[in-house]
Design a protein around this ligand. Structure first.
Ligand code: NA7
Length: 293
């Protein structure tokens, strides 16, 4: 398929690479010039990348960034044509998504929100899982592209429901990790062996995918970003904003948001979100010990 791909960050670069490897005709654009993807052409603006494309795939930081690439100067809107599909894999506001989709549809094009999970490794291996909102027949047309970048798609309903799902998922990751980090901190302060505690977690119903994935990084104190703290913080704020719009109270997430705020002030925003542990350690006056088993 002819694809215009916008946004070559950690996730976007790997996704565009896999689209090109699968034989799709990809033209990329990135706000900061100079990022290249093997086997693709480079366009000077989002509109130029979208020109003549069947699908425009977006993967940028946040709601403002998506609005800007779609409707800002040199935006995709200028090149929209009937039959074209805009797919957005960024994690952004569900209500803004509905508004963007309506504006795209005015030009006869379709809009699918397709945020994903699987982290940097999933993007590189082409094993992402997509949570998709939009018209079923349009999603079907995107099948070959989803197959090149991921291993599974979950259809969540109409446009916006992919984003709503993603926020509900990341809310859980943030809370589960916070529980793990608080348990490690308390246990360390009380003199419990952390490696042994992690083995116990893994042998009991307390185990979880989040802990299984994060424990080796935490025990090795490796906070290089797989999923940067600043992006998890953004998703927490998006979930709180969506909750406010829907008049839903999320007291646990509100408290965890404060932890992310303070971790950001402590200079951890570009580290992995697991670095929120450093803040708990600082407060407790301990440092977790142990290497990955
Ligand atoms: P990164 O690695 O932080 O990359 C962000 C990308 O978004 C990068 O290409 C940025 O361009 C681009 N960006 C940021 N702001 C803008 C604006 N205003 N206009 C256009 N482009 C912009 O994030 P990931 O790849 O890890 O994640 C991307 C999304 O997927 C995000 O929503 C996650 O939550 C899930 P730059 O190179 O800085 O010029």
């Amino acid at each position: 398929m002819r694809v215009g791909f916008l946004g070559l960050g950690i996730m976007g670069h790997a996704m565009a690479t896999n689209l090109a490897k699968a034989g799709h005709e990809v033209t990329v654009w990135n706000r900061t010039p100079g990022k290249l993807v093997e086997g693709t052409a480079v366009a000077p603006t989002p509109a130029a990348a979208a020109q003549g494309a069947e699908v425009v795939w977006i993967c940028v930081s946040d709601t403002d960034a998506v609005e800007s690439v779609l409707f800002g100067p040199g935006g995709v809107e200028q090149s929209l044509a009937p039959g074209m599909i805009v797919a957005d894999s960024s994690t952004i506001s569900p209500s803004a998504t509905v508004k963007f989709a309506a504006r795209v549809k005015e030009k006869g094009a379709s809009y699918v929100d397709a945020p994903m999970t699987g982290s940097k490794i999933g993007a590189a291996n082409g094993t992402l899982i997509f949570m998709v909102g939009g018209d079923s027949t349009v999603i079907d047309r995107l099948g070959p592209l989803f197959a090149a970048m991921g291993k599974k798609i979950f259809r969540m309903g109409e446009t916006g429901k992919g984003q709503a799902t993603k926020l509900s998922m990341n809310l859980q990751i943030a809370l589960i990790f916070e529980g793990f980090a608080e348990a490690l901190t308390l246990a360390t302060k009380l003199g419990v062996d952390t490696k042994q505690l992690v083995s116990l977690i893994e042998a009991t119903m307390v185990r979880s995918g989040v802990v299984e994935y994060k424990a080796p990084f935490v025990l090795n104190r490796d906070f290089t970003p797989n999923f940067p703290l600043r992006l998890m913080h953004k998703d927490i704020l998006l979930a709180l904003e969506a909750a406010k719009e829907a008049r839903v109270k999320l007291p646990g997430l509100e408290t965890v948001e404060e932890v992310y705020e303070m971790a950001t002030e402590d200079g951890h925003r570009d580290l992995d979100y697991a670095a929120t542990l450093s803040l708990l350690e600082k407060w407790a006056g301990v440092q977790i010990k142990g290497e990955a088993a």
